[in-house]
Design a protein around this ligand. Structure first.
Ligand code: DQA
Length: 148
């Protein structure tokens, strides 16, 4: 299946940004490893990162015409603010897994609310960069069960 990995604002700085919280893997390394893992599982993965809310909304809308079966998304700070991203995901009705590298529950209280979690197929929080791999496995598992 066609899968889409979306990363929101400041995730282009992974590897250098607060490494104690987010680790030392860069986004390029994460994307490369995930593309390889997706291929091994028989999928095709497209990756997109943006610091702009509207570009993420556009990318979600575009996914519908690209036959994307599953979205993996780390919305960054838009997790806690974006009704627009929520509406876009509801509009396309493509199942998605929400990923957070850091444990958002162990941080500032404003990070405890997500505009996406209640409509997500699954959530992976606080597992570091490994969370992306776990999310891909979860998506793979859901797609496999759905088609049987
Ligand atoms: C994050 C958590 C968010 O609260 C924060 O704004 C981010 C990254 C994470 O991956 O832990 O940018 O989504």
């Amino acid at each position: 299946s066609h899968l889409l990995l979306l990363n929101g604002p400041n995730l282009n700085l992974l590897g250098t940004r607060e490494p104690g919280l987010y680790g030392r893997c860069t986004l390029a390394e994460i994307e490369q490893a995930l593309c390889a893992q997706a291929q091994e599982l028989g999928h095709r993965l497209t990756c997109f990162q943006s610091n702009h809310e509207g570009e993420l909304v556009d990318r979600v809308q575009q996914a519908r015409s690209e036959d994307v079966a599953f979205i993996l998304i780390n919305p960054g700070a838009y997790t806690h603010t974006s009704v627009a991203l929520r509406d876009a995901l509801l509009a396309v009705a493509i199942p998605f897994i929400e990923i957070h590298v850091s444990n958002v529950y162990a941080r500032e209280s404003f990070r405890r609310h997500s505009y996406l979690s209640d409509i997500a197929s699954g959530i992976i929080i606080g597992c570091g960069p490994l969370g992306y791999r776990l999310a891909l496995l979860a998506a793979h598992e859901r797609l496999a069960t759905a088609s049987h």
